[in-house]
Ligand binder design. Structure first.
Ligand SMILES: [Zn+2]
Length: 257
């Protein structure tokens, strides 16, 4: 009669001891699965965030801009930015040019166009329209590096991407760009050249502008953002002396080519 007493106990113990580890494993497995799903979702979210950043950077120009009020000077374009020999620009747009050259395969065919203090002439002569930003060193004409000249083919794909980044909607350039000349603009476009001008204070021909709007290179949309979260909205650039803020410079040609 001892058995009936021990029998229920033994199976119970067995059941408990047999079941618990399984249950434990089961829940462990479940936790692992949940963890994997969670990590998977996080990865998916990160990918989506990357895609959003990529989409934004492909369509909306630089993430933020700032006004540079320190004095500029006409300087040679650095070697890091492929260019026609002798081409020069306002020093304040050089960091942006470097960034552009790192992300797009460009070759600058003209920058500043005008006299230097030493009397020499830089850039093409009388090839730009009146009021062109080339006369202030704040514009560049670019073509693909090692691209096909005079023919719109696949070598122009990167330049087209750059043009759309700088001007997502025709005649509505993304700041800091003042005027973008490409498809839809006479004398510009795929197979011809892309013109990029930076927004700046009104300035006379062959004079340096009091301020120039640029995109801070550190905050320009990088290919691999350091943080997946969108950044806090950029602070509006400090208005230049006189209280004019980010107003596209008037008084110049409506086009800056
Ligand atoms: Zn131009």
């Amino acid at each position: 009669m001892g058995e009936p007493i021990t029998a229920p106990v033994a199976p119970t113990t067995k059941t408990i001891s047999g079941f618990s580890p399984d249950a434990g494993k089961g829940s462990d497995r479940k936790d692992d699965f949940a963890g994997r799903v969670g990590r998977g979702l996080l990865a998916l979210a990160a990918l989506l965030a990357l895609a959003l950043v990529a989409a934004a950077s492909a369509s909306a120009g630089p993430a933020s801009t700032r006004i540079v009020q320190t004095a500029g000077e006409i300087v040679p374009i650095p070697a890091a930015v492929p260019h026609e020999e002798g081409d020069m620009v306002d020093s304040r747009i050089v960091p942006d040019l470097r960034w552009i050259a790192q992300h797009f395969s460009i070759y600058v065919t003209d920058g500043y166009s005008g006299p230097l203090p030493n009397g020499e002439h830089v850039g093409c002569n009388n090839c730009h329209v009146r009021g062109s930003d080339h006369y202030n060193g704040l514009a560049v004409d670019v073509v693909p590096l090692n691209g096909t000249s005079g023919k719109c083919d696949t070598t122009w794909t990167g330049i087209t991407r750059l043009a759309l980044w700088a001007e997502p909607v025709q005649n509505k350039p993304a700041l800091p760009f003042r005027w973008v000349g490409y498809d839809g603009d006479a004398g510009h476009g795929c197979g011809n050249h892309l013109h990029l001008s930076w927004n700046h204070a009104p300035a006379s021909r062959f004079e340096l502008a009091e301020w120039v709007e640029v995109f801070p290179v550190g905050s320009a949309p990088p290919r691999q953002p350091r943080q997946p979260r969108p950044k806090s909205p950029p602070k509006p650039p400090p208005g230049p002396a006189g209280g004019i803020s980010s107003v596209r410079s008037g008084g110049l040609s409506p086009r800056g080519d």
